[in-house]
Design a protein around this ligand. Structure first.
Ligand code: SF4
Length: 578
């Protein structure tokens, strides 16, 4: 049976435990949520000794299931004060799972503040290595140094932002090129890792026991259905939309729909959108050649391969990955329409250890507050670089959009429960607005991606302007919680929503791995169990239905070009969790 590795940063001990009954069945987000729900005091300070950082591979991570290498990170969020799960691709999940680990629970605060550690995990156990020599360094250099020392390992780490315990600090996972390309960005969990004096975790799965499969026949049947479905759908197949253009294929689509938030959510259209689109990324990569790539996997075994490597004009590596949320937040939302500028801004976030969605929103708010002008790419780079210095201004920016808005007296703040919104305008796409408002995580598109039927006609077709969508949002939130527990990348949703055998394949592969009798009808039920724990944690932390609301400016400020407001009633919002 897979073990739990419990790490105490106060006395520097690490012990292996058999999972108790209450955790036995959970993986990924299910595990991080269950541990946070059962072990973390909901009212605790997120950066104090009572919070924990929980790390977990999904149910089928580390197996031959396709596109299933997500690692979940969880705990109480310093950004939102809610429970939080944020997951990332990269190398960590498969290696943790193949070492026979169900999850890692990091607890306690260091006895000596200012001292840093790397936790190294191998088949022989976990050891603490001094990390003072890599403290203060950016994640690109940290990945390089740790790979030189430890070989082909998975690396989980924090940049200077996490060390400073800034509430927009993310947790980095190295990718297939061993660069700092993948982030569990949302919710400030990098600050939780920083509070514990943990600069990095190095995972070497050489000689590990692998992942047990309870019913191999069912598992193989399920993973094959998943792979076939993924290879058939226009969005996920080879040379399909994601493989060719990456997630930034959405730029032109959302811009055309008038739902592409621009200049701090003051318009739904950006006149330079085409210049930062997936099509422009594809063309730029082909034109520059060299190290540039599209159709790049963030971990071995991903068959969708939505990632890319953006090259500098001379073809050398610049950054991975220019994806939709990042080119939007650091591009359109700041009035910046150039891929070399967004590339550099993403690189800075990856190196300093910041979530790109929150960072872009923060710069846009600073632009609205008069600190710099919309479209000022060089000013934006200087502002991000300031975070690394630890100056008072840098610390304001590094604490995210709501904090920065307070410092500058800005009232138009596109955030829910302290977390800024992703790249979809809720005044145009109302279902995603319901998800932003009611998600257990603050404004988060991945909590319940209703964009699929509202904009992409995936999983049905729904009018984006319709306002009665509590049921739709709830169904997406529950299904997503199941996918986040499985380890499957959420982009699998595009094919399994349209191809019934794909959905069957997902649940059969999970049931085969775990030895359960789950069928398609269990997906929402199991997902809802996760959501109920999350809602209960948030309620105990003091959140009420009054927190399940969008910022008021969106209810009265008409958004061009459609000149619509967010007019979903509070009653409809409250129906999601009735
Ligand atoms: S589809 Fe994209 S984000 Fe998902 S695992 Fe593959 S490369 Fe990573």
């Amino acid at each position: 049976m897979a073990k739990i590795l419990r790490v105490n940063m106060t006395d520097l001990t690490a012990k292996y435990e058999d999972p108790p009954e209450k955790y036995a069945l959970w993986g990924g987000r299910g595990f991080t949520t269950a541990v946070t729900y059962h072990e973390v005091l909901p009212t605790c300070h997120p950066l104090g000794p009572l919070n924990k950082l929980v790390i977990a591979p999904g149910w089928v991570s580390g197996t031959a299931a396709p596109t299933s290498g997500r690692t979940s990170f969880g705990g109480k969020s310093p950004l939102t004060g809610t429970i939080k799960e944020s997951n990332a691709g990269g190398l960590a999940s498969q290696k943790i799972a193949r070492l026979g680990l169900k999850g890692i629970i990091v607890e306690g605060l260091p006895k000596e503040p200012g001292k840093w550690w790397t936790l190294k995990i191998t088949k022989d156990g976990a050891t603490f290595l001094p990390a003072d020599d890599i403290a203060g360094k950016g994640m690109y250099e940290v990945c390089k140094i740790l790979a030189e020392r430890h070989g082909k390992v998975a690396i989980i780490g924090i940049g200077p932002a996490g060390e400073m315990k800034l509430t927009n600090a993310g947790i980095c996972v190295n990718d297939t090129e061993n660069t700092a390309g993948r982030y569990a960005g949302r919710g400030g969990l990098g600050a939780v890792m920083g509070s514990k004096g943990l600069k990095a975790i190095v995972i070497d799965d050489t000689g590990g026991p692998g992942v047990p499969i309870a019913n191999k026949e069912l598992f193989d049947q399920g993973r094959k259905k998943m792979a076939d479905s993924s290879r058939e759908h226009a969005i996920t197949k080879k040379d399909g939309a994601l493989n060719s253009y990456g997630t930034a294929v959405l730029v032109n689509i959302l811009n055309e729909a008038g739902g592409f938030p621009t200049r701090n959510f003051s318009s739904g259209r950006f006149e330079l959108a085409a210049q930062i689109s997936g099509e422009a990324i594809n063309a730029g990569v082909k034109e520059r050649g060299g190290e540039g790539r599209v159709g790049h996997p963030c971990h071995p075994g991903c068959i969708i391969q939505c990632s890319n490597i953006w090259p500098k004009p001379d073809g050398s590596f610049h950054v991975s990955v220019q994806e939709y949320e990042s080119v939007w937040s650091l591009g359109a939302d700041c009035g910046i329409g150039n891929l070399d500028d967004t590339g550099e801004l993403i690189w800075l976030c990856n190196d300093i250890g910041l979530d790109t969605i929150e960072a872009g929103n923060t710069i846009a708010i600073a632009m609205e507050g008069g600190l710099l002008k919309f479209g000022d790419a060089e000013g934006a780079k200087k502002l991000l670089a300031e975070v690394r210095t630890g100056s008072p201004l840098g610390r304001i920016i590094g604490n995210g959009g709501v904090f920065t808005a307070r410092a500058l007296g800005v009232t138009r703040v596109p955030a829910v429960k302290g977390q800024c919104m992703p790249a979809y305008e809720p005044r145009v796409v109302k279902g995603i607005g319901i998800t932003y408002a009611t998600s257990t995580m603050g404004a988060d598109h991945t909590s319940g991606y209703t964009i699929a039927p509202e904009i992409l006609a995936v999983g049905g077709k729904v009018d984006p302007f319709a306002v009665s969508k509590a049921d739709l949002s709830q169904a997406f939130q529950a299904t997503t919680a199941f996918i986040d527990a499985s380890g499957y990348c959420l982009f699998n949703a595009f094919h399994i929503l349209d191809i019934p055998s794909g959905m069957e394949g997902m649940v059969e592969s999970v049931a085969g791995a775990l030895g359960t009798d789950w069928k398609v009808e269990h997906i929402a039920k199991v997902g809802m169990e996760i959501l109920k724990m999350e809602r209960a944690f948030n309620e105990a932390a003091g959140f009420t239905k009054a927190d399940d609301r969008l910022p008021d400016f969106m209810t009265y400020e008409k958004l061009p070009p459609h000149n619509t407001v967010f007019d979903v009633s509070n009653e409809e919002l409250d129906k999601v969790y009735g």
